[in-house]
Design a protein around this ligand. Sequence first.
Ligand code: LHQ
Length: 260
Amino acid sequence: MPKTILTEITDNIATITLHRPDRLNAFTVTMTRELLAALKQCASDDAVRCVVLTGAGRGFSAGQDLTEFLTAEASLTVGDHVRQGYNRVILALRALEKPVIGKINGVAAGAGLGIALATDLRVASERASLTTAFIGIGLAPDSGVSWFLQQLVGPAKAFELMATGQKVGAEEALRLGLVNQVVPAADLNPTVHALARQFALGPTKGIGLTKRVLNKAASLSLADALEYEAQVQDIAAQTADHKESVAAFLQKRKPAFQGK
Ligand code: LHQ
């Protein structure tokens, strides 16, 4: 059986490629399972200090494979399908205490959009587009799309994007804050590689803890967020990379981060 997820690790960067290009990398149950396994591997492998998530061919991901879903035996409710698949993927991406770059090479739709928005930052090709897509098949959002969109663009724009399913081009996605950067298609690989390399040579634990406080901040009052930051700072201050960077500053040299 061909693999639907390809993982390649070089220069401390794990590149995970959604690989069903003839279906715009639409998700099957197998693909969800393989993606979860790849994310678990990235979390446990200390050699991985940055993760890049992308799609093969001209799409990032068209979301749920509708042919598989419609022909599957109805052994699960739609809610359980989402709970056992996409919800785990989204939570695994957010819990992974390493930087995850979404390399948005093409269209991201439905659950594919949710997965793109669960990455820490997104670099898009000018050929990329985003669509919530759910309303096109009469569904409400899942895979965190309602949560991420209300955080990123506010409730009114989020409603518009979800209730119309309109396709947002790369430049508009940049203007809305849905992606961090847009580059010509030919520049996508080198741009993302340079960024990933920068992260992979960085203080990995400090970046992971940054993600931890950001994840938590969304559900805390300011007073509780301040206390949580103080607690996490105690952990960050114990890392070898923190000690190395202070020593390097005092010795007027560049720090050599070990990711520890
Ligand atoms: C596809 C798909 C696809 C299979 C393109 N499946 N083949 C959770 C719980 C339970 C149920 C439902 O879902 C969910 C979560 C979700 O993700 S819901 C949202 C599901 N996704 C969609 O509704 C998107 C459907 N696709 C589209 O609207 C378009 O394909 C987009 C806008 C993504 C891209 O349009 P184009 O660039 O014009 O490409 P295309 O439509 O020509 O697609 C290329 C091929 O990929 C085509 O096959 P073909 O044999 O004709 O070349 C499509 O049938 C296939 N494909 N999406 N989701």
